[in-house]
Design a protein around this ligand. Structure first.
Ligand code: ADP
Length: 161
């Protein structure tokens, strides 16, 4: 079975992430969305919340699973039997970062390939960071995230007022 790992912070999962997961699920027999436990980022949602929101968002995709992980991405890829790591590329923003990370991962684990999918045009501008900023200011975000995520963002924002 060809398995791919789609790793990231997913704080929270957006329609841009989902678009990549759906397209990867058309290419691979199984896709594991790996939710990184301790990124060097300020998180709004706990690992459990990020996993739960991602699981609700991919509930209709039979060959997509969601699991939390810590440690090296290549180690988690080996644990789930993934031959490929999938990442999404937005114009300008992501290429240099992914290139550097891919070369380091190749050095650590030569058998695992990176597969980058171009972010769809309609999601090029979408990042979890910008989404959280807009949501915290009361902006309309319902067209950018799965429904459970929109509800969770509104709850978090209200609880902080
Ligand atoms: P990380 O902290 O690993 O960058 P993110 O949750 O920010 O985690 O992103 C996970 C992956 O999804 C990355 O490959 C990122 O480039 C990609 N991604 C983020 N936003 C989008 C988007 N709007 N469209 C397509 N891919 C995206």
């Amino acid at each position: 079975m060809t398995i791919a790992l789609y790793p990231g912070t997913f704080d929270p999962i957006t329609n841009g992430h989902l678009d990549i997961a759906i397209r990867a699920a058309n290419l691979f027999q199984k896709v594991v969305i790996g939710i990184y436990d301790t990124p060097a980022k300020n998180l709004l949602f706990t690992t459990e919340e990020r996993v739960d929101l991602a699981r609700q968002s991919v509930a209709g995709l039979p060959n997509v699973e969601v699991e939390p992980f810590s440690g090296l991405t290549v180690d988690f890829a080996a644990t789930v039997g993934a031959k490929a790591i999938v990442r999404g590329l937005r114009i300008g923003a992501d290429f240099e970062y992914e290139r550097e990370m891919a070369l380091m991962n190749k050095n650590l684990s030569p058998d695992i390939e990176l597969v980058c999918l171009m972010a769809s045009l309609k999601y090029q501008f979408l990042s979890s960071a910008r989404l959280k900023e807009v949501a915290s200011l009361g902006g309309y975000i319902d067209d950018l995230v799965p429904k459970p995520v929109a509800e969770a963002l509104k709850k978090k924002t209200l609880s902080k007022v």
